[in-house]
Design a protein around this ligand. Sequence first.
Ligand code: NAD
Ligand code: ZN
Length: 208
Amino acid sequence: PKTPAFLLGAASTTNKEGAKSEDRQCAICLEKMSEGNKETLPQCKHSFCKDCIAKSFQLKPACPVCGVIYGDLKGTQPKGGKMTVTKVHSSLPGYENWGSIAINYLIPSGVQGPEHPHPGQKYRGTSRKAYLPDSPEGNKVLKLLERAFNQQLIFTVGRSATTGEDDVVTWNDIHHKTNLHGGPTGYGYPDPEYLNRVQEELKAKGIY
Ligand code: NAD
Ligand code: ZN
């Protein structure tokens, strides 16, 4: 597909007729907009061809001209992944009054998109398991993680810092407890600060 013109730096293009004709020219494809194929964004009132702005929103739900954000930002986690949740009776160290929540992530292998380091090349998927206490705060974090997953923020594609492997699915700055035991250095419990920390990491990505 054709690269939208604003990605090539054409967004600031203005023409001699000024604002009046800008009204009728789509800032993405630079063609004249027909009335039937024109979409005006509700907040900033900038207009584009319907198809152009639809494609643009798939990459980023923001006005290509002024940057006003419409909706939640999406990350670079590959599409088609699954997040499943199971609850068990056994407790985590530090949360003896509660059972625990096990999250299973499954991200299949695929081909990298334009948002990844090597577009067109394959990446290797992964499956990961992570744990939360089945406490009120643990369930609050679970809800936030589910939203982050749906916004493609939990994983990304690139080089694994741990294994040095390239073109693999990796964690993306939202830390998970992948072990039941072992404390902070073992990616496990007990770790009294973890639930606060992960909520800060989620907040940094707009999830709160
Ligand atoms: P990474 O090594 O690029 O690191 C990203 C972040 O994840 C870092 O902040 C790091 O501190 C954290 N992290 C590292 N090891 C972790 C662990 N065991 N549990 C929870 N967080 C961890 O990230 P990555 O490439 O996603 O690898 C993280 C770990 O997961 C590696 O030890 C890897 O071997 C392991 N792992 C890999 C696969 C796989 O299929 N590649 C599957 C399961 C587990
Ligand atoms: Zn706008």
